[in-house]
Write a protein that binds this ligand. Structure first.
Ligand SMILES: [Ca+2]
Ligand SMILES: [Ca+2]
Length: 492
């Protein structure tokens, strides 16, 4: 089947508006990140190219700008784009009332050294005085401070998403993150191998942060709280894996003092302590656990010094009274090698309550899957098998007026016959267009079958130059089955 299309026809009529933010390249346009921020205006982008930048106390100056590596979702590029504080101070310092419109993305932040009490700066990123930026896709590692090795937030509500916070060390609280009077949000972060006296992973002090879909693992709190410490704090903690932390004297997973948080759909497993409460230690605390697994923690799961913890629909080793609780081996996939997802035979499958359950799980899978909510951070989810579309053999650049040709392969790697009945192409970039490639009788693929189609497109001489994304989707009764895309530069 040869599919032809007059791509880009009418594209000149579909031009985007012309309000374009300025991009300031570091070091191409300005040598330093701070220099580029000083030159930027609201809406601008400071694009930090791979390299090592020896800077500290970098100040956004209250600007709603984006300071970003060149490819934040590519871990290799993030690891190669390094801002090193060289132990001269905190690396990024937000203190001028920044909002979530001030974005720090895709950088490695390392070598910071924060001041201790009373000035309190993080090693990596400090947010103080009502400064609440967005920090995303950053690798924050090998920083040190008095409290808050990776991030310290006080009187501020930053959003921290998709970051890895690793190997930071503090003398006192919050090896990875210390939030103090800070209603911050921490989502989809990996917080691993950080060290503190209290709260190896995270310390929450006097605040109600939201912590969800985080992997809190291998942290060490020498005098308590390997994973998370709450001190007069009631965070919402949902869909987190809190595993393999070392709580020193007490509280491998959690150590709670004067705190009554709601903790839902978390897996607390294989944490260790030298005395008791490998799962959690409670002092004047009455938290509520719902849909949580406490399993394999040293020294017993709960150590209740004072307070009345509640647990419902939980799987707790050794048992704990409460509605819907069980005490059966949760059948993790491979706990010895750190995989605390549940197997299909797990007794936790479909045994939770919908009452506090979120609509996704630790992995971002839909929750519930199957007939009910699963206990723990993981919802057992098997993706439905369907046809796969893959685009290939496309060039990186194409001159205007040339014909773009590429291949589209549809494959059935499932055990049943599957079909699609339409295919469509879209182009986005300086100009945009949509085009039907096929719309007709269902094309059937037996198990193991695949077909490769050639797609040919004429690029008009009048199309604007620049980077375009070309996407193809295949559909069944109007529902997307699969899609794929590539980027291409249109040149003279
Ligand atoms: Ca389920
Ligand atoms: Ca899952």
């Amino acid at each position: 089947m040869q599919i032809r299309s007059s791509l880009f026809a009418g594209a000149a009529l579909a031009l985007f508006g012309s309000a374009v933010a300025t991009t300031i390249n570091v070091p191409g346009d300005v040598a330093t990140i701070q220099g580029a921020i000083s030159a930027a205006s609201a809406g601008d982008v400071v694009a930090v190219h791979p390299g090592t930048y020896l800077e500290h106390q970098i100040d956004f100056m209250g600007k709603a700008i984006r300071v970003t590596g060149t490819d934040p979702t590519n871990p290799q590029v993030v690891a190669a784009t390094v801002v090193d504080g060289q132990a001269a101070g905190t690396v990024f310092y937000f203190h001028r009332g920044e909002t979530r419109q001030s974005v720090l993305a895709g950088l490695t932040i390392t070598g910071g050294l924060g001041e201790g009490y009373p000035n309190n700066r993080a090693g990596g990123v400090t947010c103080r005085d009502n400064s609440s930026p967005t920090i995303e896709h950053c690798l924050i590692r090998n920083n040190a401070a008095g409290g808050g090795g990776g991030i310290y937030a006080k009187d501020s509500a930053p959003l921290v998403t998709d970051c890895k916070i690793q190997n930071n060390q503090v003398e006192f609280r919050g090896g990875g993150i210390y939030c103090h009077l800070a209603p911050m949000e921490i989502a989809r972060c990996t917080i691993v191998d950080n060290i503190a006296a209290f709260g190896g992973g995270i310390t929450c002090n006097d605040c109600m942060p939201q912590i969800h879909e985080c992997d809190i693992r291998g942290n060490y709190g020498s005098t308590g709280g390997g994973g998370i410490v709450c001190a007069a704090a009631n965070p919402s903690i949902v869909n987190c894996m809190i595993v393999e932390n070392d709580g020193g004297a007490a509280g491998g997973g959690f150590s709670l003092a004067q705190s009554n948080p709601l903790i839902s759909n978390c897996t607390i497993a294989n944490n260790i302590v030298s005395s008791s409460g490998g799962g959690a230690f409670f002092s004047e605390s009455s938290p509520t656990f719902v849909n949580c697994i406490f399993w394999g923690d040293a020294g017993g799961e709960f150590d209740v010094y004072s307070g009345t913890p509640t647990a419902n629909y939980c799987d707790i080793q050794g048992g704990f009274s409460g509605q819907g609780n069980i005490q059966n081996d949760p059948r993790f996939v491979a706990p010895a090698t750190g995989d605390f997802h549940i197997q299909p035979t797990s007794p936790c499958v479909d045994r939770g309550t919908a009452m506090t359950a979120p609509s996704i799980d630790f992995d971002g899978d839909p929750r519930p899957a199957g007939s009910g909510i699963d206990i723990g951070a993981d919802e057992l989810f098997t993706a439905i098998c369907d046809l796969q579309l893959t685009l290939s053999d496309y060039p990186a650049t194409i001159p205007r007026g040339d014909r773009l040709v590429f291949k589209a392969t549809v494959a059935n790697s499932c055990d049943s016959s599957l079909d699609f009945d339409s295919a469509a192409l879209s182009v986005t970039g300086p100009a945009e267009t949509q085009q039907s490639l096929y719309d007709g009788a269902p094309i059937l693929f037996a198990p193991g079958a695949q077909s490769t189609y050639t797609v040919g497109l004429q690029v008009p001489l009048t199309v604007p130059l620049g980077g375009y994304r070309v996407a193809v989707g295949i559909y069944r009764s109007g529902e997307l089955v699969d899609n794929d895309d590539f980027t291409i530069q249109v040149v003279e």
